[in-house]
Design a protein around this ligand. Structure first.
Ligand code: SF4
Length: 345
């Protein structure tokens, strides 16, 4: 097999041209890339737990955990280690290979890190891969989490750089990139993706995927979320995205970042089984398992098991490396939207 060349210089025109391909042509190309590097019948399964819910000072327009929006999400303190462990054991018993923990913070304070590190250590000792999404990291935080046994850090760039200011006003796009750099420098694997269906144009969806693909390293895990409109948030009345446009986004992500695991993330509950099957064909190789994504709904475990049976899919085992043929990777994330923050991804 020819060596795969990973590109980090995609132009917007190139990415837009992929989006504009006839649907069947795009899916054929994406599936061909997927088969070259991944087992097309294996899906990495993660479970996501909100370890600190609500009360977030940020203003992400999609997020029910922002304190400023009246969404009925009650603020809770950071969970105790034992309570998290109980949930992690249940996730492992249900077949999850990775346990993702989200906290609704702008970012952790120095005093929070030892508490989160203790949680990470305990979950890792169960034999699960670990992922955390805690928001913007401060100096030394990524290394401390790595030392505690963290495998992945989730931090999404959310949307195209030019659309970011329409969605979030309390931090800059560049802040995201700085945290991602800290995560890479600490030797953690990155989980980084975004949300579609927030009123952006197709060109802006192309911009999101272009920005992800042109990061210094492709994220090992790329969650593509479909907005779950939550009443009380500024995007509570957002128009639903055409499901085929969502499938196109999965396919383009697959082509741009061939070794990454593309995760079908938030919004699955709103998709019918046929759309999910198209997403798997287009290159999605990971899902969240469990009835809740932080604070928004997710298909229940039995429904997912039935879907796997009908599609002859099987869950991946825990593995460490991304990008080898038939390898399994995974990743983690946050807020019910996969936003990349702390409680949303
Ligand atoms: S997405 Fe994360 S950072 Fe944004 S408001 Fe929600 S919890 Fe806070």
């Amino acid at each position: 097999m020819a060596e795969t060349v990973l590109r980090h210089d995609w132009s917007r025109a190139e990415v837009s041209a992929l989006f504009a391909l006839p649907f069947n042509e795009l899916l054929h190309r994406a599936h061909t890339v997927h088969r070259e590097h991944h087992d097309p019948n294996a899906v990495q399964v993660s479970t996501l737990l909100s370890i600190k819910t609500g009360g977030c000072p940020e203003d992400c327009a999609y997020c029910p955990q922002a304190a400023r929006y009246d969404t009925g999400v009650a603020a809770q303190k950071l969970m105790d280690v034992d309570d998290v462990l109980e949930r992690a054991r249940a996730a492992r018993a249900a077949g999850a290979s990775r346990f993702c923990m989200g906290a609704a913070w702008r970012g952790p304070k120095d005093r929070d890190i030892p508490k989160v590190a203790a949680i990470v250590r305990a979950v890792k000792d169960l034999g699960l891969e670990t992922c955390a999404t805690l928001g913007l990291l401060g100096d030394g935080h990524a290394q401390q989490l790595k030392d505690a046994g963290l495998d992945y850090y989730n931090h999404n760039i959310d949307t195209a750089p030019e659309f970011y200011g329409e969605i979030i006003h309390t931090r800059e796009y560049q802040d995201r990139l700085v945290t991602l750099e800290q995560v890479r420098d600490a030797g953690l694997k990155t989980c980084c993706g975004g949300i579609v269906g927030m009123g952006e144009t197709r060109e802006q969806r192309a911009g999101l995927l272009q920005a992800l693909a042109n990061l210094p390293e492709h994220p090992q895990s790329v969650p593509i979320n479909q907005l779950v409109p939550v009443p009380g948030t500024p995007l509570g009345d957002a128009e639903p995205l055409d499901p085929f446009e969502f499938v196109r986004a999965i396919a383009v992500a697959r082509i741009l970042m061939p070794l990454s695991i593309v995760r079908l993330s938030a919004g699955r509950q709103q998709m019918d089984d046929a759309v999910q099957a198209l997403c798997f064909f287009a290159g999605a190789g990971s899902i969240f398992y469990g009835e809740k994504l932080l604070t928004t709904g997710n298909p229940d475990v039995e429904a997912d098991r039935a879907l796997f049976r009908r599609l002859d899919l099987h869950p991946m085992d825990v593995v460490e490396s991304a990008g080898t043929v038939h390898a399994d990777i995974g990743e983690g994330e946050s807020c019910g939207q996969g936003c990349g923050c702390s409680a949303a991804a």
